[in-house]
Write a protein that binds this ligand. Structure first.
Ligand code: ADP
Ligand code: MG
Length: 380
């Protein structure tokens, strides 16, 4: 086991890296972050911050020299750098797994090879691909850039062939995936953790998105026990088929028929798992530390129901949010990521509401939601 006092590295300096650092430091580890942005959320709390591009050889050398194990906090890390690091220290997840998850077309192909269901889709590599019958059958749909999208960015809803052509051109003709708009009843996600010895999985969370960005996560998800069990089995199967080491999130659509369709996978802790910090026996970030260091995995069981609300920059549109009223509720836990510029759609923090019953946690969350809702709509 990599013992406390050792250095752990994380490539990427966003909020996921910050919460990883918190978990690692609590357990006595020292944390090095590699990120090009000087005052990034994780850099501000790390013991060391290497301020270089993600693929900078000198920066990666420093990380390799210092750290006993390295992880990532976003999936768009250049995989060549991860391969180099793996020659010097334990890298979890592996470059191979990250390479699959950072390309939607490749990810879907992999999942289908595993016999798992994904959204109906076609890979679009050139304008001619837009004109086939198969493509037309996917309309209305969503055109997604195959690489580098997040929080609904790099995506366009398209209702007809004209809109599809325009959207593909607007994306610069890069490789895309066109997905059929699925008849979704709910969205859920399952965080699973796999080490070389064991696999555990959290209960599913139910997720509500707005404009392609996660707005609310609910634990436990309001789904049938069968669906819950099946989602957990699928998530663990994905991890096993990838020979995955680390924290992996599988996002699902629950269709009106009750069927489960995989939306996408994330090779890292996930926004829908932030509520595990307070609501679970072990947080997803502690699990990330445990896997990297070769510890037994922690209990993923639920301590209490919880509802997480994302705090987007929009909540600042008429001044700073009313922190006093928010923290007045003692079962409400405020997390801020130390970002200085509250832009619309930017994840600035999150708030987790806990209670003994899900109904009570939801009621708490709806009061908090009022406090963070942009007031513009009320004025208009
Ligand atoms: P991101 O990588 O930005 O999270 P996703 O592919 O997960 O992108 O899409 C974001 C959200 O958009 C999803 O959680 C879902 O609400 C909606 N969405 C995406 N694809 C589809 C689809 N094929 N059918 C219906 N809704 C979709
Ligand atoms: Mg998503």
């Amino acid at each position: 086991m990599i013992a406390p006092g050792s250095w752990l590295g994380v490539i990427g300096g966003g909020q996921l890296g910050r919460m990883f650092a918190h978990a690692a430091q609590r357990m006595g580890y020292r944390v090095a972050v590699l990120d090009p942005v000087p005052n990034c959320p994780a850099g501000a709390v790390a013991d060391r911050h290497f301020i270089t591009p993600y693929d900078d050889p000198a920066g990666l050398r420093e990380v390799a020299r210092l750290c006993a194990a390295v992880t990532i906090e976003f999936e768009n890390v250049p995989v060549a750098g991860l391969r180099e690091l793996a020659a010097h220290c334990n890298v979890a997840p592996s470059a191979e797994c990250v390479a699959i998850a950072q390309d939607r077309a490749r990810e879907k192909r992999f999942l289908m090879q595993c016999g798992l269901r994904v959204a109906d889709h076609a890979v679009i590599t050139c304008a001619a691909d837009l004109e086939s019958d198969a493509t037309r059958h996917l309309l209305p749909g969503i055109l997604k850039a195959s690489r580098l999208g997040y929080d609904g960015k790099g995506q366009a809803r398209v209702n007809d062939s004209g809109q599809l052509r325009a959207a593909f051109a607007a994306m610069g003709g890069i490789k895309c995936v066109l997905e059929k708009l699925m008849p979704i009843e709910r969205e859920i996600s399952v965080v699973t953790v796999r080490s070389d010895r064991e696999t555990v999985c959290y209960p599913a969370t139910e997720n509500v998105h707005r404009d392609g960005i996660l707005e609310t996560s609910i634990l436990p998800a309001r789904i049938a026990p069968n669906t819950e069990r099946h989602a957990g089995e699928i998530a663990m199967e994905v991890a096993q088929r990838l020979n995955y080491q680390g924290v992996l999130c599988v996002e699902f659509f629950v269709l009106k028929t009750g069927e489960l369709v995989i939306n996408e996978i994330a090779p890292r802790p996930h926004n829908s798992g932030h509520l595990t910090i307070e609501a679970s026996m072990t947080s997803q970030f502690e699990q990330q530390v445990r896997v990297m260091c070769g510890m037994p995995l922690g209990d993923p069981g639920m301590r209490c129901p919880a509802v997480m609300l994302n705090l987007l920059g929009d909540a600042w549109c008429d001044g700073v949010p009313d922190w006093q009223s928010i923290v007045a509720d003692s079962r409400t836990k405020l997390h801020l990521y130390g970002k200085h510029e509250p832009r619309a759609g930017r994840k600035m923090g999150h708030i987790t509401c806990l209670d003994d019953s899900l109904a009570a946690a939801l009621a708490r969350a709806s009061r908090i939601k009022e406090l963070i809702a942009p007031k513009r709509a009320a004025v208009a």
